[in-house]
Every structure is written in structure tokens, then in C-alpha cells.
Design a protein around this ligand. Structure first.
Ligand SMILES: Nc1ncnc2c1ncn2[C@@H]1O[C@H](COP(=O)(O)OP(=O)(O)OP(=O)(O)O)[C@@H](O)[C@H]1O
Length: 686
């Protein structure tokens, strides 16, 4: 049954339905058909006869369509009423307890007790409410911190359903009796979750498989719950002034996701896309899907022999390095979140298996999410602002990432950020504990007008989950310190304009170049398996001579002058004093000016890091020089370098030779010496 097949009619915008569900329309307003059949106008403005809209059970499961669901339950009002009562009663009890706590004085203990009550209540209400609770557990902007904590514990372990029903579903979906498809099938399910249960089996061709079969009546139950919730949401929007969000749209969004999760063919496709994007990463494993034995309600996939990451002792007993596995998981998550944007939104420890050969297998691709490119870059920019403790920048990032509307007054929020992060960033960014920082951020988001986008909520959940597992393995494990090399690699190799700007922000502060940051980036990036130094050098060259690179070019000329000068000076000192020493003149070498000494050390260290980076080829770097030289901009840069150097070298030669062994004071950064007098002037004057 398809509602959109009905006849479209012309209506003025004012005529369009105010309610979001299918509502009876006055027959007068329509064509002659109205005389024979009662008519209904659907959400998208279609008019159809009520008779053709009455769907059957199978229609409910196809895709989430509020019109179909409404039409189905309108003909079964008693079902809807009974369930509404079953839902409202526990919520009423909950509300009364809340009210009583308020009256008698709220405290932490009472709040925790209420939060536990809510968790148990949602579990009892069934899959739709479990999923809603799980979704709410990622929304610090909507849920107070005490409840967040409890909702994250929502487990979707439910009792199994009888084998006969499961086998009947297999037959209906795959067109044959299970015994004709599988050579073996475990006598009972090995796992039963909210949406389905899993059997261990073997195909006739010998491969071991996991067979996931959906719960009976799942689609109808969830559809009924969503129907009721959607109506309640509509009611709340019209009758409660404080409700500003579009609750109906939120309910629809959530329902769409749950329905997607109920379609196992979609899960199979997700698994294949995941394997294609991330299966090549070191030690990541994704089970293959057996499409011949897969349908909407039955999924047959490769069996993974492994130990859940919840059973750390068992993992250790097998001699598997659990810390390494977590690192593998973190690296995979980073690629999911920041590179391709297609991510596993439910990486709880039960969905991650340690395989006997030390690989990490991902299971359960029902809930996947997407991060758009601008969001991925925005996140990297936010990390850079965080590293720089640039909280104004961070505030802007939150606007760009749509957490805050563009007209939000950031004035009170920026110091609040500073308070949260400065405390957390005590030692360094790498030391951040994501859980503690997100707890603090959650409180902040609850207080200020933040709207947390769904993708972000899922990312945080995924990182906190990984960190949670990691801390059990190694209490000192810091997800961010494992993540930073990847961010460093992206900053150095990605040519996207946003990241170029981030790199610039990172490397320059108040106009001066921060060598230690570059050193740090290069050192971090080299530990990445897929770091390609050639790419870094190519990108750097291209960028440096592009229009956008002008700022860096100018600053770099300054730095190159300083470093070449330092190198030249060092070589000169070496020659000069070395010669004097060798011919028997005893001379005391004057100390190198600290600024030059520092630059020199940086250059030396950077060269060393490059030499130690896998794939570094000195000749390749040298071969770049002709490429750079043919660029017209180079001549300008070269001229400046030579000009700048000449000035400094002349001044120094005069001093070295004419003033003998008197050592001049070091020039502060960004200040040049004039050639003739050695006086200090600002770069502008110079
Ligand atoms: N390919 C597999 N190999 C081995 N075991 C598996 C496989 N797939 C699933 N399992 C087992 O079945 C359990 C439940 O599977 P899965 O998480 O896919 O079900 P689900 O109904 O989607 O669960 P959830 O409600 O958590 O989303 C897993 O935790 C795992 O123990």
C-alpha cells in the first residue's frame, strides 16, 4: 500500500494540514469522488479514499511512514488506547514522584533514585522506549547530568523468543526451511537483544555463520509506540508554551532510525560499506554478509570467533594485548569520524570482539551515522582551538557546528569554556579524560542555549565508550593522546582550506612562528601508519606558493632568514674558531646568542625527526628545490631571504671582524638589525 499513489489536488498553503497525521477532510472541498467515499488528506497534501488507506500489518514494517501508521491505528483505536494507558500510567507515577521530591526538597540521592526508576521503567516499556532512552542518554542539552549517567546504562537485553517463531521467520524471509539452508543451527539463541536474537550456525558449504532473526511483532509494537508518542508530541507542541522544539519532527527522526535498524538488509549494506572504508586498516576485521541467506528480518553473516571487550581477563589469558586493541579501535574511530564520516554509532564493548589472532572485529551495523564534511573539518578546527586554548575560536566553532545559533551572545559562554577546559587541560591536551570533560560540558550545555546535533551526541558516546573500555585495560590510557598523531597527520597532509587555516592558527601565535608546535606535529604524525611524508612536502610546497599561503610565506621568510643566519653563523663560528684552535691560538669561544641557539636546535631536531620518519628520502627533498625555484613567487621569497640575510650577515661580519671577540646581545624575535648600525628596528621599519 502506498499513500503517495493517491491523487494530488491543488490546495492553497492555508488549506494544508495543520496536524501532521492523516486527518479526515471535509468532502465538500474535493472532487466528485467525495460523494461516494469518505476522503482523507495525507501529510503531503494528497487526497485519498479512506478505504484505500487502510494498511495491513506488513505495510507497517516496510519503512517508517507516519501516514500509514496513523491510518493503521485509526482503525484500531482500542489498541492505541490500551497501550497509551500502559505508557501513561508509569509516566504519571514517575511525574508524581518527581513532584513529591520537589515538594520535600530535592537532593543528589533522590535524583539518582529517580534516574534509576526512569531507566527501569523504560526497559519495561520495551524496545521503542529503550531506544529513546539510549538516544536521550546522548543529549546533555535536554537531560540533566544525573539522568544522563543512568540512561547510558540502558541495556537492551531482553528474554529470547521461541525457536519456532524464529524458524518460521527464516522460512518466510528466505523461502526455505532452516534445515534446508543451514547444515547446523544452535538449539537455542546465543544472544537475545532488543530487536532480535542470534543463532550460531553452519552453511551447507561449511562456513560458520551467525544468524540474526528479528523479534516477532517488533514493527507493529514500535509503530504503535511511535504513533502514540507522535500524537503526544503534537499535543505538547500546541498546548505547552515552553515547548519550543519541533517534537513531532524529533519523534519522526528517531522512528526513522529505529525502522532503519529493523531492516537487516540495510544492516548488511552498512557492514559492507564499513568493510570497504575501514577493513584495510591494520588489525580491523569486519564479518562478511551472506546475501543469499539475508532478508529484512533475517541476517546471515560470517561467524566471528572472539572474546567481547567486556571480558578483559579472558582476553589477557589468551596473550592478546588489550591496550593495543583499544588503540586499533581508537584509530578506526578517528577515521570513521574525521575522515569518511560514516561511523558505527553503537560501539559498546559487546559489539567489539578480540579475535585470537589479535585483530579487533566490529559487529552490529544496525545503527550507523554520518558526519558531513564541514562538520568533520569543524571538529578538527575545534581540536586545534582547544590545543591553543583559543576559547573564542572554540565558541565560533560551536556556532559553525550548529550547536549555537549565529545570534547567540558568546560573552558569558567563552569564560565558561575557559573554566571547563583550563582546569582539564592542566598538563596537556593529551591528558584529557573525555568522560570528565564531557560531563562538565554537559552541565554547561544544559545551562546555556545549546542544541546538540545528533551526530555529535553519537560521536561523544562512541569516544566515551572506547575510553571506558580503555581505562579498564589501562587506567592511564588517554584516548586523545592516541588521537593527536592522527589529527597532526591530517593537519599536515590534508589540503582542505579549513585545515590549512587551522594549521596556520596552530603554528603562528601573535605573528611569530612556533617551532615547537611544528616539531610536535611532525613527531606526532610520523607514528601514524598511513602517514606519507612525500605528501606533506608536496602539500606544503603547493600551499606555500598559493595565494592563501601568503601570510605564512611572509612569516616564513622571516623565520628562514633567522634559521639560515643561525646555521651560517654556526658554520662560520665553527670554521673561524676551529681554524684558530687548530693553528694553536688559544681562544675562548663566545656563547651563541640564545635566540639563534634555539632556532638552530629546532632546525636540527626537525631535520632529525624527518630523517627518522619512515619513507624520508633526502634526495626527494633536494629534488624539490628545482620545482620551487621555477615558481615566480620563489624569486620574490628568495630575494627577500637573500636581502634579509645580507643585512644580518653584513652586520655580523662587521662585528665579528672589527669588534673582535665582543659578543652582541641577542635580538628579540621579529626584530631586525640594520646593516650599518646594528640598531634594532621593528620589521615594519626594516
Ligand atoms: N558475526 C557474529 N559472530 C559472532 N557473534 C555474533 C555475531 N553477530 C552477533 N553476535 C553475537 O550476538 C550478539 C547480539 O548481536 P547484535 O549486537 O548484532 O544484535 P542486536 O539485536 O543488533 O543488538 P543491539 O540491540 O545491541 O543492537 C553480539 O553481542 C554477539 O555476541
Amino acid at each position: 500500500m502506498n499513500v503517495t499513489n493517491s491523487q494530488p489536488i491543488s490546495t492553497s498553503p492555508a488549506d494544508l494540514l495543520k496536524e501532521t497525521d492523516a486527518t479526515p477532510v471535509h468532502p465538500d472541498s474535493t472532487s466528485a469522488v467525495a460523494e461516494t467515499l469518505p476522503l482523507i488528506r495525507t501529510e503531503d497534501g494528497m487526497i485519498t479514499s479512506e478505504l484505500s488507506l487502510v494498511p495491513n500489518k506488513a505495510d507497517l514494517a516496510a519503512v517508517y511512514d507516519p501516514n500509514v501508521i496513523t491510518a493503521y491505528y485509526k482503525t484500531r483505536p482500542w489498541q492505541a488506547w490500551r497501550r497509551s494507558f500502559g505508557i501513561l500510567l508509569p509516566f504519571l507515577v514517575f511525574a508524581v514522584r518527581l513532584w513529591w521530591d520537589r515538594v520535600t526538597g530535592i537532593n543528589v540521592r533522590k535524583e539518582t533514585r529517580q534516574a534509576i526508576h526512569l531507566r527501569v521503567m523504560l526497559t519495561t516499556l520495551g524496545p521503542a522506549f529503550i531506544k529513546i532512552g539510549q538516544a536521550l542518554s546522548t543529549r546533555p542539552d535536554l537531560v540533566p547530568p544525573a539522568y544522563l549517567e543512568e540512561l547510558t546504562k540502558l541495556q537492551d537485553q531482553l528474554p529470547p523468543f521461541p525457536n519456532e517463531i524464529a524458524f518460521q521467520f527464516i522460512e518466510e524471509e528466505l523461502g526455505d526451511r532452516p534445515e534446508n539452508i543451514y547444515a547446523e543451527l544452535s538449539p537455542s539463541p546465543i544472544a537475545a537483544a532488543s530487536l532480535g536474537q542470534v543463532y550460531k550456525g553452519r552453511l551447507k558449504t561449511g562456513e560458520q555463520v551467525a544468524v540474526k532473526v528479528q523479534r516477532p511483532g517488533l514493527a507493529q509494537n514500535i509503530a504503535l509506540d511511535m504513533y502514540i508518542l507522535r500524537r503526544l508530541a503534537g499535543w505538547a507542541m500546541t498546548n505547552i508554551k515552553r515547548v519550543r522544539s519541533n517534537l513531532v519532527a524529533i519523534a519522526d527522526e528517531l522512528a526513522t532510525r529505529i525502522f532503519e535498524e529493523m531492516d537487516y538488509t540495510q544492516e548488511g549494506l552498512n557492514a559492507e560499506r564499513f568493510a570497504e572504508l575501514y577493513g584495510h586498516l591494520p588489525d580491523i576485521y569486519v564479518p562478511r554478509i551472506y546475501w543469499r541467506y539475508t532478508g529484512r528480518r533475517v541476517l546471515t553473516m560470517e561467524w566471528i570467533t572472539g572474546t567481547k571487550l567486556t571480558q578483559l581477563d579472558a582476553i589477557r589469558d589468551q596473550g592478546i594485548d588489550a591496550t593495543y586493541l583499544i588503540d586499533v579501535g581508537v584509530q578506526c574511530s578517528l577515521r570513521q569520524l574525521l575522515e569518511h564520516g560514516f561511523f558505527h554509532a553503537d560501539p559498546h564493548p559487546g559489539n567489539l570482539l578480540a579475535m585470537p589472532d589479535g585483530k579487533l572485529a566490529y559487529l552490529d551495523f544496525g545503527m550507523m551515522s554520518e558526519v558531513q564534511p564541514y562538520q568533520r573539518y569543524g571538529l578538527i578546527e575545534a581540536i586545534v582551538h582547544l590545543v591553543n586554548r583559543d576559547f573564542e575560536g572554540l565558541g565560533r566553532d560551536y556556532v559553525n557546528l550548529e550547536f549555537l545559533s549565529p545570534d547567540t551572545d558568546l560573552t558569558p559562554i567563552i569564560p565558561a569554556f575557559a573554566e571547563v577546559f583550563n582546569e582539564a587541560l592542566g598538563a596537556s591536551v593529551a591528558e584529557i579524560n573525555i568522560k570528565s570533560i564531557t560531563d562538565k560540558l554537559s552541565a554547561l550545555m544544559y545551562e546555556y542555549p545549546f542544541q546538540v546535533p545528533a551526530y555529535y551526541a553519537l560521536i561523544i558516546r562512541s569516544l566515551v565508550t572506547l575510553e571506558g573500555i580503555a581505562i579498564n585495560v589501562d587506567p592511564d590510557f588517554k584516548v586523545l593522546s592516541k588521537a593527536y598523531p592522527y589529527v597532526a597527520k591530517r593537519l599536515l597532509t590534508d589540503s582542505a582550506p579549513q585545515l590549512r587555516e587551522s594549521l596556520r592558527d596552530l603554528l603562528f601565535k601573535d605573528g611569530s612562528f612556533r617551532w615547537n608546535r611544528l616539531e610536535n606535529l611532525l613527531r606526532n604524525a610520523r607514528s601514524n601508519a598511513d602517514y606519507d611524508l612525500d605528501q606533506v612536502i608536496d602539500q606544503a610546497t603547493d600551499f606555500l606558493f598559493s595565494d592563501r599561503g601568503e601570510f605564512i610565506r611572509i612569516k616564513l621568510v622571516d623565520e628562514v632568514i633567522k634559521s639560515l643566519d643561525a646555521i651560517g653563523q654556526s658554520a662560520w663560528r665553527h670554521l673561524n674558531y676551529g681554524f684558530r684552535e687548530r693553528v694553536g691560538l688559544s681562544v675562548e669561544r663566545p656563547p651563541i646568542p640564545p635566540e639563534n641557539q634555539q632556532t638552530l636546535e629546532h632546525v636540527k631536531r626537525i631535520w632529525k625527526i624527518l630523517q627518522e620518519t619512515p619513507g624520508f628520502d633526502q634526495n626527494k627533498v633536494l629534488a624539490l628545490i628545482p620545482r620551487i625555484l621555477v615558481k615566480p613567487e620563489t624569486q620574490e621569497v628568495g630575494r627577500q631571504i637573500v636581502g634579509g640575510l645580507a643585512q644580518r650577515v653584513t652586520a655580523r661580519l662587521l662585528r665579528e671582524f672589527l669588534l673582535a671577540d665582543q659578543v652582541p646581545p641577542a635580538a628579540p624575535i621579529g626584530v631586525h638589525e640594520t646593516p650599518s648600525t646594528g640598531l634594532l628596528v621593528s620589521p615594519k621599519q626594516a
